[in-house]
Design a protein around this ligand. Sequence first.
Ligand SMILES: [Cu+2]
Length: 108
Amino acid sequence: MSSSQTSVVHKVDVGEDGFSFDPTSLSASAGDTVEFHFYPQNHSVAQAAFDDPCHPLNSSGFFSGFVPTNEESKTVFTLTVNNTDPIWYYCGQEGHCQAGMVGVINPP
Ligand SMILES: [Cu+2]
């Protein structure tokens, strides 16, 4: 890998401050990775469409699975960013997306 193409690891805290992702929005380049770190009680990360933010994008959209935990979980969900198209995601736990638990990578 050349030094001009160094990939960046972005971190997103899931549920550390209630029904939210921190940061809610981030910019990533192709080849970067995004690590989702899970906090209590039980959250997930699932890909959504912009116009339907609380439902799965389609059968190929990513889903971390639910991560029940009483502290910062050792489970980390890592996503590789292949391009700079927007990636919308939400928490699939019942009621969380409706409470505002949504995020985006590379907002338009
Ligand atoms: Cu949640």
